[in-house]
Design a protein around this ligand. Structure first.
Ligand code: DC
Length: 231
């Protein structure tokens, strides 16, 4: 069944399964997938690579400018090349998790990354595009035709994040308790910041995936998207 191409905004807390689910949904629809968290993570990695202070807002803004000009995102944001160096293995470390959440609270950096996200989505919208993040339905594409808010309880999200860490090229290892604490802190930081906080858009459909398998979640998302693309 072909599905009319639209922009779909998917938001939700860390570890809610957004990236793996969205990637699979896009594979079924043959749409583009844009993981916006990878941009915030990319800025954090560039800051580390350049030896910048992760506590200095000025350093982080400078890192964002270098990222915007020189970074090369590949493989739906899973790969990062900067100045010919492959920095992929730093994208999912716990240091990058924490730094990206701090970076996401800096207004100047959000201003730098906002047009990049919109331009990337507009460049491929003819085919259909699904973006995931924290503020897609509220700030990046407030007029998106379809908005989905993916959630799951904290314990389930921590379990999923552990699996993701194990299967990624990350350079550090964390235990379940540590992962759960990190997620809780990131939820708090992402949801309480003054600018573009993690928030369900009023017109978003909430999908709680705590008790759903990955394939059930993919099917539920496809059903929601198709219900929005009926002519
Ligand atoms: O989805 P993620 O965990 O890879 O995102 C990394 C950080 O970036 C996360 O702490 C929240 C932030 N982020 C954001 O503020 N807005 C977005 N659209 C995407 C991510």
């Amino acid at each position: 069944m072909s599905t009319r191409p639209i922009i779909v905004a998917v938001d939700g807390p860390a570890g809610s399964g957004k990236s793996s689910i969205c990637r699979k949904v896009c594979a079924v629809l043959d749409w583009h997938y844009l993981n916006t968290g990878s941009l915030y993570r990319g800025v954090a990695v560039v800051a580390q690579e350049l030896g910048f202070k992760l506590t200095s807002e000025a350093d982080l803004v400078t890192a964002a400018k270098f990222y915007a000009k020189e970074a090369n995102r590949q493989d739906d944001g899973r790969k990062l090349i900067f100045r010919d160096k492959d920095l992929t293995h730093h994208l999912t470390t716990s240091l990058t998790d924490k730094a990206s959440s701090k970076i996401a609270g800096i207004g100047l950096i959000r201003e730098i990354l906002l047009p990049i996200q919109r331009d990337m989505a507009h460049a491929c919208r003819k085919k259909g595009v699904l973006l995931d993040g924290r503020d897609i339905g509220t700030v990046v594409f407030p007029d998106a035709e379809c908005k989905i808010f993916l959630t799951a309880n904290l314990a389930e999200r921590a379990k999923r994040r552990m699996l993701q860490i194990k299967s990624s090229q990350t350079v550090d290892a964390q235990g379940l308790d540590e992962v759960m604490l990190d997620l809780e802190q990131r939820d708090l930081q992402d949801g309480s910041r003054g600018i573009a906080p993690l928030k369900k858009a009023v017109d978003a459909i909430e999908l709680d995936t705590t008790h759903l398998s990955e394939s059930e979640t993919v099917q539920a998302m496809l059903d929601i998207i198709r219900s929005h693309t009926k002519d």
